[in-house]
Design a protein around this ligand. Sequence first.
Ligand code: CTP
Ligand code: CA
Length: 216
Amino acid sequence: MHVLLTAGPTYEPLDPVRFLGNRSTGKMGYALAEAFAAQGAEVTLVSGPSSLPDPASPRIRTVRVETAAEMFAAASAVAATADVWVFAAAVADYRPAHVASEKIKKSGETLTLELVKNVDIAGTLGQSKRPEQFAVGFALETTNELAHAQDKLRRKQFDLIVLNSLRDAGAGFGHDTNKVTVLDAAGQIVNFELQSKADVARGLVSLILARLTPTP
Ligand code: CTP
Ligand code: CA
């Protein structure tokens, strides 16, 4: 089995020394890569800038990228041959419209940046998804969480969507623990306990594998 995993943030350059980024550390995505490899899968881990080292497992190939466009190119290159797609990356929705070739100098009291929309990696790949391929997305919502996650699942052709909780202390960006809820297209909901990201990853992987090979 071959798994394509996106992880970490993306950095969108503004000038040679600055970028727009986000607080994703890559921990959840890297834990998923390790958990899939532990089950014997071959993993292509397309990672945005993360301070985590490349996972040591020989089953994991780590491809380092910076921008959403680079992440899309790297993911597209392996998507057709992957059986499972997991989109754990926190992809920047927008990037600066112009990348200055020289460092932007301080001038007026205000500075307005023009941003343009980035490619939706999961949404675009979803359009070429084959019926036997299995896709998993992530979402973090602050209002109408279940409805918004359900809607994203449909729009991006996900088989499962993992909803990150914002309500629980110890969950989310930078923490070693996470609390998630998993939804499927039929509206079935699985609530995970607050636990280490490694345990969340193992639980998600066994849930995904069970969906791939349903017991009669
Ligand atoms: N995603 C992606 N490419 C993007 C944006 C998001 O692949 N340019 C993926 C994420 O990795 C995640 C899922 O899509 O698995 C949902 O991401 P999210 O940011 O919640 O969805 P958006 O469609 O960007 O909606 P919004 O940020 O407005 O809630
Ligand atoms: Ca987004």
